[in-house]
Design a protein around this ligand. Structure first.
Ligand code: URA
Length: 425
């Protein structure tokens, strides 16, 4: 087998055989297929797609590239396990309040998370803005944090779906993220290898999501639910809006601050609403349908789990969060109603300000990002602050501002169109 013939098959719109898929995933994981060759194959998959058999085999090969974890009672974890995964959005900090919340309600939440991908933020990049917090845990450490606090958020260990680890970083910098087969196999290989008993998928749809249309989001949801079910994981999917950012912040430390506000019983209404909706689905899937997550937010028990979980991973939950050295305020150019605030424009601007990376080895800035002072539907007055841009490197401001060109509309008597709402697939 040689990689050129595999690339040519997909380039010429053919279906890859099981043997081709098994070989190329294994060879890439071992380093026998180079990044530039895999990136050509990923682009061919993005352009020409894969059928259900190919996606199932590609996912199985990614799972087989590494080890599988076990959170059954034999591992010492006696609570039912529940996990959630978002397909990626702007301002999507939901995992941060959600994992401790669901743990406070009685489930065990082994949350393997990722870094920023394209214009979307990554949970690990966000949490790393907490002084001392460590994303990389050994399997023993992960089990120990999960057992003692009920929740753990960490990077997939080197041994778990290593093919995805390499491919995920490659796709981030080669324009090959937005492909249903690659997204579905990336997410589900990690989740199946992780060994969770149940999984809730938050499939984002809208300008700031990788899936721009409801039809594509539905196909991605159905593909992932099918993969999970075939591997014995109770899997459900919600379709949720990503046409405008979630909450009032996009950026690493900015989003941690907002998540802590939610855990303290406050925070923006849309973040609270989605956190509770996903928590209810996770508890239901874990066989704990009678617990009320709203109560665990109100009585402080979710915050207690958060503090213990952050401390158990070396972080200081009381340490001040980093702030960017420079700020630039964008004011409303007119008086009226903010009818649109585009998630993609905000995501690209935050990324360019330093919240995301341009090359896979780049560091991210903890303090970089964007604060929103109004959401669609709000009345604004000419000259009032609309957005605050944060960065340590002010030479990035022009690039951030360029991404915001055309990203919002203010109309004198407008009403905002929002596709808010949560659809269960
Ligand atoms: N999250 C993942 O883990 N992989 C993707 O491809 C997209 C979102």
């Amino acid at each position: 087998m040689d990689v050129i013939s595999v690339i040519r098959t997909k380039r010429d719109r053919g279906a890859l055989t099981d043997e081709q898929i098994d070989w190329v995933i294994d060879a890439y994981t071992r380093g026998a297929v180079a990044d530039e060759q895999m990136s050509a194959l990923a682009m061919a998959i993005l352009l020409n797609g894969m059928d259900r058999r190919e996606i199932a085999r590609w996912t199985a090969a990614m799972i087989a590239s590494g080890e599988r974890m076990d959170f059954s009672p034999a591992s010492g974890i006696t609570r039912p396990t529940a996990d959630k995964h978002s397909t990626g959005g702007v301002g999507d900090k939901i995992t941060l309040p959600l994992a401790p919340l669901v743990a406070a309600c009685g489930a065990a939440v082994p949350q393997l998370s990722g870094r920023g991908l394209g214009h979307t933020g990554g949970t690990l990049d966000k949490l790393e803005s907490i002084p001392g917090w460590r994303a990389a845990l050994s399997n023993e450490e992960m089990l120990s944090v999960l057992g003692s606090t009920g929740a753990v958020i960490c990077a997939a260990g080197d041994g778990l779906a290593p093919a995805d680890k390499k491919l995920y970083a490659l796709r981030d910098v080669t324009g090959t993220v937005e492909a249903i087969p690659l997204i579905a196999s990336s997410i589900m290989s990690k989740k199946i290898a992780e060994g969770t008993g149940s999984l809730v998928l938050d499939v984002k749809v809208g300008t700031g999501a990788f899936m721009k249309t409801l039809e594509d989001a539905r196909e991605l949801a159905a593909t992932m639910v099918g993969l999970g079910t075939d591997h014995g994981v109770r899997t459900v999917a919600l379709l949720t809006d990503m046409s405008t950012p979630l909450g009032l912040t996009a950026g690493n430390a900015l989003e941690v601050r907002e998540s802590v506000e939610v855990l303290a019983g406050g925070g923006p209404a849309d973040v609270v609403e989605l956190t509770l909706a996903l928590a209810r689905e996770m508890l239901d899937a874990a066989g704990l349908p009678d617990t009320d997550p709203a109560r665990a937010l109100a009585d402080g028990s979710a915050m207690d789990v958060w503090r213990r979980m952050i401390s158990a991973q070396g972080g200081d939950p009381d340490a001040p969060l980093p702030t960017a050295r420079e700020q630039h305020v964008v004011t409303a150019p007119a008086t009226g109603v903010l009818t649109r605030l585009d998630a993609y424009g905000i995501g690209v601007a935050a990324w360019r300000l330093g919240a995301g990376r341009a090359r896979k080895e780049d560091p991210v800035q903890s303090g970089a990002g964007i604060e929103l002072h109004a959401k669609p539907g709000a009345r604004v007055t000419a000259g009032q602050p609309l957005l605050t841009l944060h960065t340590d490197t002010p030479e990035r401001f022009p690039y951030g501002l360029e991404a915001l060109t055309g990203a919002y509309d203010i109309e004198p008597d407008g009403t905002a169109f929002t596709a808010r709402g949560i659809v269960r697939e």
